[in-house]
Write a protein that binds this ligand. Structure first.
Ligand SMILES: NC(=O)C1=CN([C@@H]2O[C@H](COP(=O)(O)OP(=O)(O)OC[C@H]3O[C@@H](n4cnc5c(N)ncnc54)[C@H](OP(=O)(O)O)[C@@H]3O)[C@@H](O)[C@H]2O)C=CC1
Ligand SMILES: CC(=O)N[C@@H](CCC(=O)OP(=O)(O)O)C(=O)O
Length: 346
């Protein structure tokens, strides 16, 4: 059994980790970390866990946790993992960080976009960006995995093959993204109140969202050069789900079949990526509760641009599902273990 500790088990991403790990079969959560609910029963924080989880919430002592478990997930606000991790801990335990602390290699870029001082920049070079479909081999060898952000997972997977093959000009990318409110976490915030979100849609963090440099960095590696792009997130009145609609200029004339062949080259064997049939557009409802990324595209010959679309469940492939996929790679498990969930409907 893989012994698991979760720091931030009482957040939305942490709760989704608990749910997925309950169905894993070879992993057991030993530590339900919290800041506000220490000594309270986990099932009182999340009633869906009643008679399923008997444990009580514990504090966030990473040093102590490292003695007791094989892997620690940090599902905590930005900056916390970097403020706790040290060499002694990393020599004893694997860490999968769901926050952004180790996603961006250039510490000055992180500090500028997050408005935080990075407390452990010495670990940035070794941290592996945990996008399994792209970095699988590196993840297997890692001690510290930076689990990608939710918008970034959907955006990068949707664009990656066409950027890598030079079919689109990555500097012309415009990513329009929409997220359900669970993406903002469980904490009480004015912007997430029912009356603010219901029957409404709005853009936010326009031209300033912190996922922009993360997408630029990863797609820049695929393009083989530094790139800049536009990324605009929107909040929509649903619980889960991310949909991205991406616009980019084609570098040459291509047919539907040629583009489809490129996606098939990269994703044909990927269990969790589904390139849909022609003219079937991804929808969040068809991936909800699952680890799938649904992708499709349409060439617009009038403008010589292509429109790409991608959908994920932000809490599964965008957070906890991807984190479990990373854990499976780290421990030599079947990559899909605990994740073969059929999307739920309605
Ligand atoms: N929600 C999503 O869709 C996604 C989230 N993420 C990332 O995952 C992380 C968690 O997000 P999410 O679950 O949404 O957030 P929540 O606000 O729902 O949960 C935050 C968690 O962190 C704990 N926490 C907060 N401050 C501290 C602290 N100082 N010390 C210890 N624990 C603390 C909270 O504990 P308590 O409640 O007990 O105080 C809670 O368990 C974030 O970094 C987020 O960016 C990544 C991808 C997607
Ligand atoms: C709807 C909503 O508010 N979403 C969050 C993104 C959550 C996430 O995945 O981002 P990190 O993992 O990088 O924190 C936001 O825009 O800040």
């Amino acid at each position: 059994m893989i012994k698991v500790g979760i720091i931030g088990a009482t957040g939305y991403a942490g709760q989704e980790l608990v749910r997925l790990l309950k169905g894993h079969g070879n992993a057991e959560v030993k530590w339900f970390g919290s800041r506000s609910y220490i000594d309270k029963k986990y099932a009182q924080v999340y009633q869906n866990m009643f008679e399923i989880v008997e444990d009580t919430c514990l504090d966030d002592n990473m040093e102590e946790l490292a003695e007791q478990v094989d892997v620690i997930f940090t599902a905590t606000p930005q900056g916390l993992c970097a403020s706790m991790v040290n060499e002694d801990i990393l020599s004893k335990v694997k860490i999968i960080d769901l926050s952004a602390d180790f996603r961006i290699k250039d510490v000055s870029v992180y500090e500028e976009w997050y408005g935080l001082e990075h407390k452990s920049p010495q670990f940035l070079p070794e941290a592996v960006y945990g996008l399994c479909e792209i970095n699988r081999d590196k993840i297997r060898q890692a001690r510290l995995v930076a689990n990608p952000g939710c918008y970034t997972t959907c955006s990068i997977l949707t664009c990656y093959p066409l950027v890598k093959e030079g079919i689109i000009d990555a500097n012309t990318l415009i990513i329009d993204a929409k997220s359900g409110t669970s993406g903002a976490g469980r904490g009480a915030k004015l912007d997430n109140l029912f009356c603010e979100v219901n029957e409404n849609i709005k853009a936010y963090a326009v031209a300033t969202h912190r996922h922009t440099p993360e997408i630029e960095e990863q797609l820049g590696y695929a393009a083989g050069k530094e790139i800049t792009l536009n990324f605009t997130p929107h909040l929509v009145p649903m619980n889960r789900g991310i949909l991205v609609t991406v616009y980019a200029s084609l570098t040459k004339q291509v047919s539907y079949e040629e583009v489809k062949a490129v996606y098939d080259k990269y994703y044909g064997k990927e269990q969790f990526i589904r390139v849909l049939e022609k003219d079937v557009n991804p929808q969040t409802r068809w991936v909800e509760g699952s680890n799938y990324t649904d992708i499709n595209f349409k060439i617009d010959p009038r403008t010589n641009r292509i429109v790409l679309m991608g959908a994920i469940d932000n809490l599964v492939k965008g957070a906890a599902g991807q984190a479990v996929q990373n854990m499976n790679l780290l421990f030599g498990e079947k990559e899909s273990r605990g994740l073969e969930l059929v999307p739920m409907f309605p």
